[in-house]
Ligand binder design. Structure first.
Ligand code: FIX
Ligand code: ZN
Length: 437
């Protein structure tokens, strides 16, 4: 096998030369594949959607082993095995729930699911030895950390340069912090989350009224104007980078519903005025099993005609989108090929397992080149960026190595700086440009 990395005769730069690999044709040399992996590992990422908070929000920022173990992904998994009724589970303290999850998912069974593996990757990255199976000493280690230092450590380990938060003016714990004001940590970017406005108008209108926005329950011009004032106030207050909603699988547009009217008359004109994208996460079935609380949401097949209509009817608006059902992913890629005002991102929630991330990333590259954002973490616990990013990066680099190898077979030799450029594009550069244009 010939493994060369000579200076390219046509440029001054190094090219990733081909290795002749027996009868299977050409592949990139193993050393060069390693270099691509290292590049993907080392490039800082913009995490475009999380549920993490600037430290000014105090306890809203979850971190540490007990929060890690009681992540709702793990709660859903522990209920598969538990004999205790859910009421009893919810009556336990957080530490007791964590104990039970550790015992059930890590000690009594091998922790092979993606969410379980994530906990172990995190412990390992911190230099803890997961095979000791010693939760007490893990807790002791975490107890020594101060949140400020821990934020920096997790961001360094996950190689995350910016964390986009999910910021809801409708959250009674979050709202007062914004209203009081605080010194922003510029590593945390804001996103204005508006689910209650779009999905629960009956209960939201009275709240807006209480906050002195002159809305009535109808959607008159005066009400729409007051909603726009509300959106403008909060966009400015939090310096929002985009507006966001998560929508049920049954979402349709246009359909004359209150949701549709608010999107059309208030949200989209507002986004246009402020030059902001509107992010849609489509396909959730909330409270499929309410007993499981946050862990009880499900997934459904969506009709992406709604997204297609939005992109076509509002070409001046920018849409960020991710969809939950695996079965919707191909259609979403096709839509992104048709509409330049659509940028797709992330392998959301149930699709964030290596098996599906790999197929989605490969499909997206094959249909969209590099004009998409392969992943977001959706982290709810700070520590999760320490595992979610390495797990995702591994898959992204695997697909990239495969794709550069395919190019190499044609005689196209990507240079190191071209690969660097491409990786930056995928890990936040493309997203940033889409948001700015
Ligand atoms: O709507 C969302 O932002 C979802 O990501 C969450 O509701 C969900 O609970 C989650 O954490 C998924 O990863
Ligand atoms: Zn989320």
């Amino acid at each position: 096998m010939l493994d060369r990395r000579d200076a390219c005769p046509t440029t001054q730069e190094h090219c990733f030369h081909l290795t002749k690999a027996s009868a299977r044709g050409f592949t990139l040399g193993r050393m060069l594949a390693k270099q691509i992996e290292q590049m993907v590992e080392a490039t800082p990422v913009i995490d475009v959607h999380t549920h993490l908070y600037d430290r000014a929000f105090g306890d809203l920022l979850l971190w540490g082993i007990d929060d890690l173990l009681t992540y709702h992904y793990l709660v859903a998994e522990v209920f598969r095995y538990l004999e205790v009724p859910s009421k009893k589970f919810w009556s336990l303290t957080k530490a007791e729930q964590a104990d039970l999850i550790w015992k059930t998912l890590f000690i009594e069974h091998s922790p092979v699911s993606e969410a379980c593996r994530g906990v172990l990757t995190t412990l390992q990255a911190h230099g803890l030895d997961p095979k000791q199976r010693d939760l007490a000493s893990i807790r002791k280690w975490f107890a020594n950390w101060k949140v400020d230092d821990y934020i920096t450590r997790c961001m360094e380990l996950g190689r995350v340069k910016t964390i986009c938060m999910t910021n809801s003016p409708f959250d009674d714990l979050e709202r007062p912090v914004w209203e009081r004001g605080f010194q922003r940590d510029d590593r945390f970017a804001a996103a204005l989350r508006i689910d209650p406005l779009l999905l629960d108008w009956a209960n939201t209108a009275p709240r807006l009224k209480e906050w002195r926005y002159a809305v009535s329950s109808d959607l008159s011009a005066a009400t729409v104007s007051a909603v726009r004032t509300f959106l403008a106030d909060w966009t400015k207050r939090i310096k929002a980078n985009y507006l966001m909603v998560s929508l049920p699988a049954s979402f349709t547009f246009p359909d004359g519903s209150v949701t549709g009217q608010l999107i059309e008359k208030a949200v989209l004109p507002h986004c246009q005025e402020f030059g902001l994208p509107f992010a849609l996460m489509i396909g959730v079935k909330r409270a499929l099993n309410p007993e499981l609380r946050l862990a009880g949401d499900g997934s459904g097949l969506s009709d992406l005609q709604a997204l297609s209509n939005l992109c076509a009817q509002f070409p001046e608006n920018k849409f960020l989108a991710t969809v939950l059902a695996r079965e919707n992913q191909h259609e979403l890629c096709v839509l992104a090929r048709k509409f330049r005002n659509l940028h797709i991102f992330g392998c959301w929630w149930f699709t964030n397992i290596p098996y599906v991330v790999e197929e989605m990333t490969r499909m997206r590259v094959e249909l969209l080149g590099l004009s998409f954002t392969p992943q977001h973490s959706d982290a709810r616990v700070l520590d999760q960026i320490v595992y979610k990013w390495p797990h995702s990066r591994r898959v992204v680099s695997k697909v990239l190595v495969e794709k550069y190898s395919d190019l190499a077979r044609t005689g196209w030799e990507p240079t190191q700086s071209e690969i660097e450029r491409d990786v930056k594009e995928l890990l936040g550069g493309g997203f940033e440009r889409f948001c700015q244009k």
